[in-house]
Design a protein. Structure first.
Length: 364
C-alpha cells in the first residue's frame, strides 16, 4: 500500500478531522470554513462552511481503519440524521480515511438517493485526499512527516555544488526549475505550472487558435514563459482568483474605448496602477510595475468562434443580387457599442470592398 494511504488509515478521528479542515481551507481560499471542537455536544458537526442558520455545507469526517462495514454504515447514517435534525444543509460531504469496496459504494449511492429531497450528499474519499496531499507539500509534511521521499527538499540541500560541467549544470538547472514549480505549488496548489525558455525568439506571439485545455494565464519575462494551468477546477470555480487595478490619466480613455469597441489597447506604466491580487503569482507583478506594459485584447475564446450566416449582396439597380446560404464569420472584436466580424475567405473580402454597396446578414 502507498505510504500516504497507510498513514491516512492510521489517523485517529480528531487528527483526521483536523487534516480535512486544513485541506478544505487550502482548497477553498476565501471561503469561510469552520472547525468544530468537541467530541460530544457538537450536534454532529465536524467542519462546515456558511451560516449554520441558513444552508451551510457540512463535512462529516469519519476515520475507519478497518473499512466500511455494517457498523460504520450505521454510524454514517446516524451522523447524517443528527445533522439534518439540527440544520438544513445544502451539501453534506462524507470524508473517509479509508476506501469503500463495491458493496459499500452501492450502499452509499442508495443513501444519496433516499435523502436527495433533503440534501445533496457527496463523498470525499481517501483517494481524493491522497491526490491533493501529493500536490500540497507543506500540508503533507505537517501531518505525515517522512511518509514520502521529499525530493524537492533534498535538491535544495545539495544544489550548492561549486564548479559544474555542462552536464552537471543542466542537471542543476532542472533541479532548480523543479524547485521553483514546487514553491509555486506550495503557494497555490490549485494550479499546475509549465516553464518554457525561448529567449532568442523574443516575446511570444499572440495565441493562435484555441488555448490549450486548462490554460489560465501565460506570463513572459526575460525569455521565459510561465504557463499556468487549472488543476483543481472545482475549487477554482468556487473561489476564482481575484485581481484589480486602477486606470489613470490617458489610460481611462483607452479603457473606455476597449469597453465600447473591443479594440485592443496597450497601457504604459504611468497609465495604470500596480495590479492587486489575492493570487500570489499575479501579485508578484506589483513588484515590477514600472517595467511592464498592460495589453488588453479580445480572448481567443471569442475570436475563434465561428458563426454561420446567410449573406445577400445587392448591387446597383438592375444588376441583381447574390445570396450565400451559408457563410462563416468570426468575431474580431466585441464591445458594448461595436461588433466586428470578418468573413472567412479573401474572395468575399474583395466582393465587399469593390463590387457591392448594399448587403445584409441573416443568421442561419
Amino acid at each position: 500500500m502507498h505510504p500516504l494511504y497507510q498513514r491516512l488509515k492510521e489517523l485517529d478521528s480528531d487528527t483526521f478531522q483536523r487534516l480535512c479542515f486544513h485541506l478544505l481551507k487550502d482548497q477553498h481560499p476565501g471561503l469561510e470554513i469552520s472547525y468544530v471542537e468537541g467530541a460530544s455536544g457538537d450536534e454532529g458537526l465536524d467542519v462546515f462552511a456558511g451560516e449554520l442558520f441558513l444552508k451551510p455545507a457540512i463535512w462529516q469526517c469519519k476515520s475507519f481503519p478497518n473499512g466500511v462495514g455494517k457498523s460504520q454504515k450505521s454510524q454514517i447514517k446516524k451522523s447524517l440524521q443528527t445533522e439534518l435534525k439540527h440544520f438544513t444543509p445544502s451539501y453534506w460531504i462524507l470524508c473517509l480515511s479509508i476506501g469503500m469496496d463495491a458493496k459499500a459504494h452501492r450502499w452509499f449511492e442508495r443513501l444519496k438517493k433516499s435523502y436527495e429531497s433533503k440534501v445533496k450528499i457527496e463523498l470525499l474519499s481517501n483517494a481524493e485526499i491522497v491526490h491533493e496531499l501529493m500536490h500540497r507539500r507543506s500540508l503533507r509534511n505537517q501531518f505525515f512527516q517522512g511518509a514520502v521521499f521529499d525530493l524537492a527538499e533534498l535538491k535544495r540541500i545539495v544544489s550548492d555544488s561549486g564548479k559544474l560541467t555542462l552536464e552537471e549544470l543542466e542537471k542543476a538547472t532542472d533541479a532548480s526549475l523543479e524547485d521553483i514549480v514546487e514553491r509555486w505549488k506550495e503557494r497555490d496548489a490549485r494550479f499546475n505550472y509549465q516553464i518554457v525558455f525561448d529567449g532568442d525568439l523574443g516575446p511570444p506571439k499572440a495565441l493562435q487558435g484555441p488555448p490549450p485545455p486548462g490554460l489560465v494565464m501565460s506570463r513572459w519575462q526575460d525569455g521565459k514563459t510561465v504557463n499556468v494551468f487549472a488543476r483543481d477546477a472545482a475549487s477554482l470555480r468556487a473561489n476564482p482568483p481575484q485581481f484589480s487595478t486602477t486606470f489613470k490619466g490617458s489610460g481611462i480613455k483607452k479603457y473606455e474605448a476597449f469597453i465600447k469597441t473591443g479594440a485592443p489597447q496597450e497601457f504604459e506604466a504611468d497609465e495604470v496602477e500596480p495590479i492587486r491580487s489575492d493570487w500570489a503569482l499575479m501579485s508578484d507583478l506589483a513588484n515590477i510595475h514600472d517595467t511592464y506594459k498592460l495589453r488588453v485584447a479580445p480572448s481567443p475564446l471569442l475570436t475563434n468562434i465561428k458563426r454561420s450566416v446567410r449573406l445577400e449582396f445587392v448591387g446597383n439597380p438592375g444588376t441583381g443580387a447574390v445570396r450565400y446560404e451559408v457563410m462563416e464569420l468570426r468575431p474580431v472584436r466585441a464591445g458594448t457599442e461595436e461588433l466586428e466580424r470578418h468573413p472567412l475567405g479573401e474572395f468575399l473580402v474583395f466582393l465587399l470592398q469593390h463590387c457591392w454597396r448594399n448587403w445584409k446578414i441573416i443568421p442561419s
